[in-house]
Design a protein around this ligand. Sequence first.
Ligand code: KIV
Length: 285
Amino acid sequence: MRLTIRDIQKLQAAGEPIPMLTAYDATSAHLGEAAGVPMLLVGDSLGMVIQGHDSTLPVKLEHIIYHTQIVSRVTQRALIVADMPFMTYNASIEQALVSAGRLMQEGGAQAVKLEGGEYMGPTIKAIVQAGIPVMAHIGLTPQGVNQFGGFRVQGREIASARQLLRDADAVQEAGAFAVVLELVAAPLAQMITERLDIPTIGIGSGPHCDGQVQVFHDLLGLFPTFGPRHSRQYADAGAAMQTALAQYVEDVKARRFPTMEQAFTMKEEVLAAVQADGTGNHASS
Ligand code: KIV
């Protein structure tokens, strides 16, 4: 049975921290679920870690649908949240409803996530009223990187801290079932967590949120040259994979791989028959 948004809220009510992880393909989804992650995010961070862009802006709705289909196909228990890409919900409430509907119907998600606070209230409300659970995302919202002028910690000044409190109140009021707090100064994230009834899911927002979301590739060290300060590298999988692949290349070049251990044999008489005529043209059995 898949977990529901109620199960996630029950974890919060029981004071149990909620781990969330991005998943984009069968491998990451399977590994995340097997590790016990209750909520998987098909994040538009796939624009960077899968597609090789330097921001999330080029990601299209079709891409998230495609990856959500994969993640939902190979998982049984985790609640799957599909990210709404840049400009698939910003033009109008109608556009947002159509996009969210496609992520649920075609992708197989159980919830959608969208970026934006107070000004997104009416959009969140409309999507929730259509029966689609919404995870809000406030603080540093990467789709607005050009407006922010970079990836900066949010809420460090009086005006921006007050705006973040209004954003948090507004998304809860609009019906969001949870809210991601990205790069929010830790004391403010704590204040928001204590203020809201819905779970806060932090990333770069300190230890006081109800849950935590991290990017699969960051946790496993799949980009050895890049590790955001807010993450923790639990494995050096990128380096281990690089060493393994270099060994494979060496083994093929030195004819150490493959050996007959990785090969398949055939019946002696079949081989003898083919060898006898030499062409393969007369084989009748
Ligand atoms: O796309 C993503 O991975 C995200 C998380 C970082 C919250 O939005």
